[in-house]
Ligand binder design. Structure first.
Ligand SMILES: *Cc1c(COP(=O)(O)O)cnc(C)c1O
Length: 379
């Protein structure tokens, strides 16, 4: 048996006819940029997320960048996020010319630790050092691995310090916190439709969702050269539009998203039930009142490299999301963080391991993986 980390082919095969028909429809319409499929998908995705507006953009990184810009973030501002994320979260902040700042994660959920955020902001606003020229203006919590961050606490702290909140929901399509979909908590939320995400296009794609009329309107113009009419530009924007082909694919897939997420949850349950009893493996810990969509199934284990090697030899693919915390990435040398600044993130990065996780993963495949993990501990 050979088990990949994700299996996009299995998913395509399960909906091939519908996808092929949708793609053909766009080809025949020759409407490729924005267009009616995009408009419909924006409406359907807004409904799905239970928000007023959804604006389709080129990718998840641009979604974050555009949401931050629409909220007025730029030069002289600081935006706080976590070191345990994909680089895009921090990149989007820098793209606005704001400065990135990190706070550490919770050792159980691996998401932003609200206490660390509060401590950091308290110190940051108390300091009257004239050499510091930037001010925290926004916070970007990440719902990593499909698991909601502690939004009530984060929102309360953000209110206290008058910060904007932009959710990075790139891994959390459909996840819930206290019964509400992720994407409805912040001033805006950002999704990615990178092919491997829970809702994935056949290329790049992204979305900004918000309940705020003004933010929606600014993002809508900014993604399309600041256009108000065809050749009238209210301001300088960028070119970051969701294309009609991707929207057509995403419209087909959106209908299956809940069903696919449920299968991921079932698979996670099988893993959980087995791993709870195994050696020193720590299975994913969810915050009370949250529903993860298991974009990734991430375990923590001290002998990570050893287990990964053993599984690889049995043709089981695994991943590490992510092996280097952002503050220690060469790209962020200029921020002058050092080893030891965020001990929880640093320790977690050394011990996490993503097991194969996708809706089409069969019971036989999971049993095979489980048996190989068992064998690892028996030897
Ligand atoms: C995928 C991802 C992004 C970026 O999305 P792209 O569509 O690849 O630009 C941002 N943040 C997180 C947490 C992601 O996983």
């Amino acid at each position: 048996m050979e088990i990949p980390l994700v299996d996009l082919k299995a998913q395509y095969n399960s909906i091939k006819d519908e996808i092929d028909k949708a793609i053909k429809g766009v080809l025949e319409s020759t409407s490729f940029i924005l267009g009616t499929e995009v408009e419909r998908f924006e409406e359907e995705f807004a409904d799905y997320c239970e928000v007023k507006y959804a604006v389709g953009v080129g990718n998840g990184t641009d979604a974050l960048y555009l949401a931050l810009r629409a909220l007025g973030i730029g030069q002289g501002d600081e935006v706080v996020t976590v070191p345990n994320s994909f680089i895009a979260t921090a990149e989007a902040i820098t793209l606005t010319r704001a400065k990135v700042a990190f706070v550490d994660i919770d050792p159980n959920t691996y998401n932003m630790d609200p206490e660390k955020l509060d401590d950091y902001l308290e110190k940051r606003f108390a300091r009257s050092d004239s050499r510091i020229t930037t001010k925290p203006k926004a916070v970007v919590p990440v719902h990593l691995y499909g698991q909601p961050a502690d939004m009530d606490s984060i929102l309360e702290i953000a209110r206290k310090y008058d910060l904007k909140v932009i959710e990075d929901a790139a891994q959390a399509h459909g996840a819930k916190y206290k019964g509400r979909r992720m994407g409805t908590f912040g001033d805006a939320a950002c999704f990615s439709f990178y092919p491997g995400k829970n809702l994935g296009a056949y290329g790049d794609g992204g979305m900004v969702v918000t309940n705020d009329d003004r933010i929606a309107e600014i993002v809508r113009k900014m993604r399309n050269h600041g256009r108000s009419k065809k050749y009238e530009h209210e301001f300088e924007g960028i070119n970051s539009r969701l294309d009609n082909l991707q929207a057509a694919v995403l419209r087909v897939k959106l209908k299956y998203l809940d069903q696919w997420n449920k299968k991921r949850e079932k698979n996670a349950e099988i893993y959980d039930n087995f791993l709870k009893k195994i050696g020193n493996v720590i299975n994913p810990k969810l915050l009370k009142g949250t529903k993860s969509v298991y974009h990734l199934y991430v375990i923590k284990i001290e002998e990570r490299e050893h287990l990964q090697e053993k599984l690889k030899n049995k043709n089981i693919a695994t991943g590490i999301h992510y092996p280097i915390p952002l503050h220690l990435q060469p790209a962020y040398n200029y921020l002058n963080y050092k080893k030891g600044d965020f001990p929880v993130s640093e320790k977690v990065c050394n011990e996490i391991l993503s097991l194969p996780m996708y809706p089409e993963l069969t019971k036989d495949q999971i049993d095979y993986i489980i048996n190989k993990i068992k064998a690892f501990y028996e030897n």
